[in-house]
Design a protein around this ligand. Structure first.
Ligand SMILES: [Zn+2]
Length: 336
């Protein structure tokens, strides 16, 4: 009857091992089941493996944080009461990354805008992470306008169409000359015929209310701008050659009662121009409000002819800049 204790002990040990193994397998199966069906349950506590995997997958380069946040923040996006006013939750850590497969709401933040361009999604996400004060609509049009890039790098070459948007992201060909130019009175200055006619109407209307306007600068050749730019030693108030609106023949610098219009502060003449320019097809191109967008200092004297339709639309639509107008109305865009 007496069995060798060693054997009995081995048998009992075998049961314990089997039981332990069974429990471990059951636990493993349970964890796998939870991972597949309710992954969020694994996140807050102790599942660093998942979160880390997500971080490694999505991060690793400059802007990686933005990409991963935008791709992996469905909670903030889906639950946001007003997608238009919300921004993606950028505070989320690696935990959110695990939910990447469910990230359906993030795109909606941008896609609600008519001027959304699907191939720019990554750029929208990156720009928003850098400029968290912007709402989603601003992010979309600003990226469309190229504002997420550096000045003078990879500028698009444009030469026609209306409006003809020239700025640090859009330049003219080196040999650009307007198709047609006309003289402004006997001044020797030139602009496109439409611009000259519109200026006459603007000037006459101003004169009718007691304000005198003249043109101080209009069309400039690229060579002239080259000299101007070199004299002014670099970027600032003077545009780089090929980047100046004055090459288009559609931009005018106005003289007011004391020299360049409102250069030394607001005057009734300058205020009249700011109020009425759109009625004659002009916009005040560089305002105090749009400096960050245009890259130019406030130039109350510099007006640009875009035609009464666009100038009126910009006025009534509350567009802050020609950049914003073109970005939001791609059909009014650029001719290459
Ligand atoms: Zn000017």
């Amino acid at each position: 009857m007496k069995r060798p204790p060693g054997r009995r002990g081995r048998k009992r040990g075998g049961y314990i091992k089997l039981l332990t193994l069974t429990l471990l397998m059951a636990g493993f199966v349970y964890i796998v089941f939870i991972a597949l069906t309710q992954p969020e349950r694994l996140i807050p506590g102790d599942a660093p493996a998942f979160a880390e995997a997500g971080v490694q997958e999505a991060g690793g380069s400059e802007g990686g944080a933005a990409e991963t946040d935008a791709a992996g923040a469905p909670d903030g996006a889906v639950n946001a009461p007003e997608p238009g006013s919300g921004t993606p939750d950028l505070s989320g850590g690696g935990a959110d990354l695990f939910l990447e497969g469910e990230a359906v709401g993030v795109e909606n933040i941008f896609t609600q805008f008519a001027y959304y361009e699907p191939d720019k999604l990554r750029s929208y996400e990156n720009f928003q992470s850098r400029r968290s004060e912007l709402d989603a609509g601003e992010v979309v049009w600003m990226v469309n306008a190229g504002l997420d890039g550096a000045f003078y790098e990879n500028a698009e070459v444009v030469s026609g169409g209306n409006p003809l948007l020239i700025n640090p992201y859009h330049r003219l060909p080196e040999d650009f000359v307007p198709e047609e130019l006309a003289y402004i009175d006997e001044s020797g200055r030139q602009a496109t015929p439409e611009t000259v006619e519109a200026f006459y109407r603007l000037r006459d209307a101003a004169r009718g209310e007691g304000y005198d306007l003249a043109v101080q600068s209009a069309y400039r050749t690229l060579d002239y701008q080259r000299g101007l730019y070199e004299r002014e030693s670099g970027d600032g108030a003077v545009a780089r050659p090929a980047y100046s609106e004055h090459h288009t023949g559609r931009a005018l610098d106005l003289w007011g009662p004391d020299g360049l219009l409102d250069e030394s502060g607001p005057t009734p003449t300058g205020q009249w121009v700011a109020r009425h320019a759109h009625e004659f097809g002009f916009i005040v191109r560089y305002t105090a409000e749009n400096q960050a967008v245009t890259g130019y200092i406030y130039e109350p004297w510099h007006i640009t002819y875009v035609g009464t339709a666009i100038a009126g639309e910009m006025r009534s639509g509350g567009y802050g800049s020609l950049e914003e107008y073109v970005a939001k109305n791609p059909q009014a865009g650029l001719t290459q």
